[in-house]
Design a protein around this ligand. Sequence first.
Ligand code: SF4
Length: 168
Amino acid sequence: MDNRSKKFIFIPFCLIAQAYQAQGIVKYEWKSSIRPFIDLILDYDINIIQMPCAEAEFNNSLIREPKGISKYDTEEFNEHCQSLADKVTKQIKDLIEANYEIVAILGIEQSPSCCVNYIYTNKGMEKRMGLFMQKLYEKTKELNIPIIGINRKYINKSLKKLEKLLTN
Ligand code: SF4
């Protein structure tokens, strides 16, 4: 007998590994902002896949200063994000082919790479996807996988949004 869960969720690397974030921007505590997401996802018996951290991989270091979209929106970084999006898409398609279900892809709001709805720019908030997330969306949109942006300033709101999706 095989009791494995057939559901998967794809999450940004730093959702459960805050040390991957740029220096100086981790203002929240692990137990109040990371643990609830892990608990919620595990409560629903869902396999967790951490997508690669586009920024840490590109900088080849975990120690980096925060940079906005205007600094990241270069040919090299876009190519890097495209290559990561291609790899994640292949992983998603392989899982679907093996009869597994992808319940959601999560992003991190405000991130120049991983946001879903809005990004922080030097002119304020702008409505758009991050560079990695946009490419992943373009590659997977025909699969109709829900994409949810997690906002770390509004943890409870984000948790409710995710729970609503998982209960459907
Ligand atoms: S690039 Fe994505 S995974 Fe990496 S720190 Fe930023 S939001 Fe997190």
